[in-house]
Design a protein around this ligand. Structure first.
Ligand code: GTP
Length: 330
């Protein structure tokens, strides 16, 4: 072969090696470009996701990595956390701290803990809910340091919606009292507990007198206001732990756990007076209302809440038949 270029060294065997180097260089540059692109993709994912990814060196108690969402969700500098892992612990809502630490330690036995939820207080003093799943790093060789990794998602909005859904499902929209279903669910629980513990329990039914006349005379919206005021009086008359709900159109019910019949009668009388004291006005006309109440208490042979309900219902209808505006015990 003839060397046509006098300036090029004639060591032809060097060419393939140089070409290979060049090819390797170009390949490496391509890899770097691809990795850079990947890194940018991961960075934008980590920034946009509403969760903190973290890695923790268990033995050395050191946070090795925390994703950018940490600063946004906790409102604290990541650098401080990397220097002192207690920064995370110090953000946890005091009531949830013991649970958060115990459930994190469970990862050592279980390899993964995916159902941890606890609250933190961010730097602005706002309470936030986290779902903080954690896993032992599976790639660790025996003898290597133990790394726990996790993903702590901000579920504050989800919790707020759940609470709102729960409120809507259990509350009567007009009076903001417990609705019928929720009232009886709670009442049944109290009944079972009272039976188990042998403690007293009283059950009350309250029905507005001549409510149809009120609606017919003053209009349905005025009737609605009456219902709201009765519910307010009911809530005001009860103690913490008592149950109160609207169980029908103009019918309310209450359960008094731990309350003797005499004591429940005093509460019913207070409620009766409070309702009688209220006055309503519609287009210059002032009117008052009365209610009839049926009261009973737990007896040894009561096998379900239905028995108490039936006795209170019968007592309430006695009150109606005897002229209304009164409390009858049954
Ligand atoms: N304004 C209003 N009225 C309601 C609501 N639910 C039921 N009612 C009314 O409550 C009234 C109940 O009437 P009745 O069952 O005859 O009872 P009452 O007139 O109170 O008679 P007594 O119970 O014998 O004193 C009806 O007029 C229903 O339309 C409600 O949500 N708002």
């Amino acid at each position: 072969m003839v060397n046509k270029n006098p300036h090029t060294p004639s060591s032809l065997p060097q060419w393939p090696e140089a070409a290979q180097t060049l090819m390797a260089l170009m390949h490496a540059q391509g890899e770097v470009a691809r990795l850079t692109e990947r890194e940018q993709l991961f960075s934008s994912l980590l920034v946009s996701v509403n969760a903190v990814l973290w890695a923790f060196d268990w033995e050395n108690r050191q946070v090795l990595y925390v994703s950018p969402a940490y600063e946004r969700i906790f409102g604290r500098p990541a650098g401080l956390l990397l220097a002192d892992c207690n920064q995370w612990r110090d953000s946890i809502y005091p009531d949830d701290l013991e649970y958060a630490e115990r459930s994190l330690a469970q990862v050592l036995d279980r390899g993964a803990v995916e159902d941890r939820e606890y609250r933190i207080i961010d730097a602005q003093g706002q309470v936030r809910w986290l779902s903080d799943k954690c896993f032992i790093n599976r790639n660790a060789e025996p003898g290597q340091r133990l790394i726990v990794v996790g993903i702590a998602e901000d579920i504050t909005e989800k919790k707020r919606l759940e609470a709102e859904l729960q409120r809507l499902a259990t509350t009567d929209v007009l009076t903001q009292s417990s609705n019928r279903r929720h009232f009886f669910e709670c009442a049944n629980r109290e009944f079972e507990q009272a039976r188990l513990q042998g403690s007293p329990l009283a059950f009350l039914l309250l029905d507005i007198d001549d409510f149809k006349v009120i609606n017919d005379t003053y209009g349905h919206p005025e009737g609605d206001i009456v219902l709201q005021r009765i519910a307010e009086s009911g809530r005001a008359a009860l103690r913490r732990g008592d149950l109160f709900g609207r169980i029908g159109g103009e019918e309310f019910a209450a359960v008094f756990p731990g309350c003797s019949a005499d004591r429940a009668h005093q509460v019913a009388e207070r409620l009766q007076r409070e309702i009688q004291r209220q006055s309503f006005s519609h287009q210059g006309q002032v009117f008052t209302i009365t209610v009839s109440q049926g009261l009973t208490d737990l007896r040894r042979d009561d096998e379900s809440l239905d028995s108490l309900f039936a006795r209170a219902d019968a007592a309430m209808y006695h009150a109606k038949r005897q002229g209304k505006n009164r409390i009858v015990s049954g």
